[in-house]
Design a protein around this ligand. Structure first.
Ligand code: HEM
Length: 446
């Protein structure tokens, strides 16, 4: 039987004025008009704000690659800059380029396979916590967030110091809670000094967190380890020969702590949700995991053979992309296909909508992992959970290997079933969260 999991019902027309603001704050996905799921370019905006929804692969490619010099990441910088400064995610131009070149070697495939034992160990820790915990439904979204955080700390970055871990967890919660307003102000280009609900707690969180990471850097500077922090410390700007100062190190460490766990946590959360509704796919994955691993611990040699596991993760990220919306600000007049776009226009690329576009996907709302079978090619820019172009996610392969290793390890011991009465609705914050958490029953394998 085909599974059609919960989805957003788009409005026939985008709300305007105050209705736009109040709908956006509750869930930005609810302002995306039906036309964006059916057409390639939908012009919107009111009150002097010019906005365009772009959902065709050719136009997305123009924005992210061919014409990229005419676009900037202003909304993202406005939203995340107070916390992440000018780190890899929130810088542009030459400043971005050398940070990207510095971090890239940590993400080469050979390095990544070396992390598989750490992924598996962390997943086994989660299994033990479920085994020893109270019976009943478990908060899977929280569990996955903790699990992926432990992994970032044991692979790329120093410390899983519980105090820092709690502060980071708390900051993610604060940003998600005030997220609707933050996203709205960033999307409308409102400066950060204009008061908005949640701004003061977000500001306080940013200050505390930056101080804690700064202290950690001072403590660990000479500990002799070889991780991303030490490589960033050793890097020199090719143009100026300068090393990163402590501010820039804090920017980047926080970027990797946050970007490196919250997104993968959401990918896993929605994957486990879909499996809890699909005993058929749970059985197929188990059969594959048993065949490939022969009951042994998941290792680097198994990852490429876990083809169905990866297909399910990819289909989960199609239906529930962990980063549901990308945006750029047009800074020079530009022709996008047949559309003349004026400087000042906000370009919104709703990955959630691109992944369910009626022209490009058959039965777009149905859960069907066979779309990603090895013999079927999904065009780039039509499927883009990790973005695209030169600013594509640096952690893409890390996240895919991590999710595959974790899912396979979990399925060796347990399966997941629905918690009665919970039908989660996806809500866009910085990441795509389930509106009321994700309680699921964890069922030990017999
Ligand atoms: C399922 C997991 C993940 C998803 C869906 C995801 C998604 C994305 C997306 C959509 C972007 C592009 C943003 C834009 O261009 O506006 C991005 C950028 C980025 N991601 Fe990820 N990400 C994931 C995992 C990771 C991991 C594991 C790391 C690090 C370990 C990471 C670090 C970054 C960084 C540093 C950038 C900025 C890259 C640049 O601008 O050069 N992400 N990610």
């Amino acid at each position: 039987m085909t599974l059609v999991p919960p989805r957003i019902t788009p409005p026939d027309r985008a709300p305007r004025g105050l209705a736009f603001l109040s709908t956006f704050v509750r869930n930005p996905l609810n302002v995306i008009p039906r036309a964006a799921y059916e057409e390639d370019f939908v012009h919107g905006g009111d009150g002097g704000v010019s906005r365009a929804w772009i959902t065709s692969p050719a136009l997305v490619k123009a924005v992210l690659l061919d014409e990229r010099d005419k676009f900037r990441k202003l909304a993202q910088i406005r939203l995340l800059g107070p916390l992440l400064g000018k780190g890899l995610l929130t810088s542009e131009g030459a400043e971005w380029k050398w940070q990207r070149q510095t971090a890239a070697p940590m993400f080469r495939p050979a390095e990544l396979m070396g992390y598989v034992p750490a992924f598996v160990k962390a997943a086994e820790g989660q299994l033990a916590a479920w085994r020893n915990g109270a019976p009943g439904a478990h908060p899977i979204d929280e569990d996955m967030t903790r699990l992926t955080f432990v992994i970032v700390c044991s692979t790329l970055l120093p410390t899983s110091d519980p105090k820092l871990a709690n502060q980071i967890e708390e900051s993610v919660r604060t940003f998600q809670q005030s997220g609707g307003w933050g996203l709205l102000f960033a999307a409308l280009g409102v400066p950060n000094w204009v008061p908005r609900p949640g701004a003061s707690s977000s500001r306080k969180t940013a200050i505390t967190l930056r101080a804690a990471v700064g202290a950690m850097i001072r403590d660990r500077r000479d500990d002799g380890a070889d991780n991303l922090m030490h490589r960033l410390m050793g890097a020199r700007d090719p143009e100026t020969g300068r090393a990163m100062d402590d501010e820039q190190l804090v920017d980047n460490l926080l970027t990797f702590y946050l970007a490196g766990h919250e997104t993968t946590a959401k990918a896993l959360t929605w994957t486990l949700f879909l499996l809890s509704r699909s005993p058929e796919w749970t059985a197929k994955l188990r059969e594959e995991v048993d065949r490939v691993t022969q009951g042994a611990r998941v290792g680097p040699e198994h990852i490429e053979k876990l083809v169905l596991v990866e297909q399910v993760v990819k289909e989960a990220m199609r239906l529930y992309p962990p980063v549901p919306m990308m945006s750029r600000q047009c800074v020079a007049d530009v022709q996008l296909g047949e559309h003349a776009v004026k400087a000042g226009t906000s370009i919104l690329m709703p990955i959630y909508t691109i992944h369910r576009h009626a022209k490009r996907w058959e039965n777009p709302d149905a859960f069907d992992p066979t779309r990603f079978a090895p013999d079927r090619e999904v065009p780039r820019y039509q499927y883009m959970p990790f973005g695209a172009g030169p600013r594509i996610c640096i952690g893409m392969s890390f996240a895919l290997i991590e999710a595959t290793a974790i899912l396979a390890t979990l399925l060796q011991s347990v399966s997941f079933s629905p918690a009665p009465g919970n039908e989660p609705v996806p809500v866009a914050r910085v990441t795509l969260i389930p509106d009321n958490g994700m309680p699921l029953q964890v069922v030990p394998r017999r």
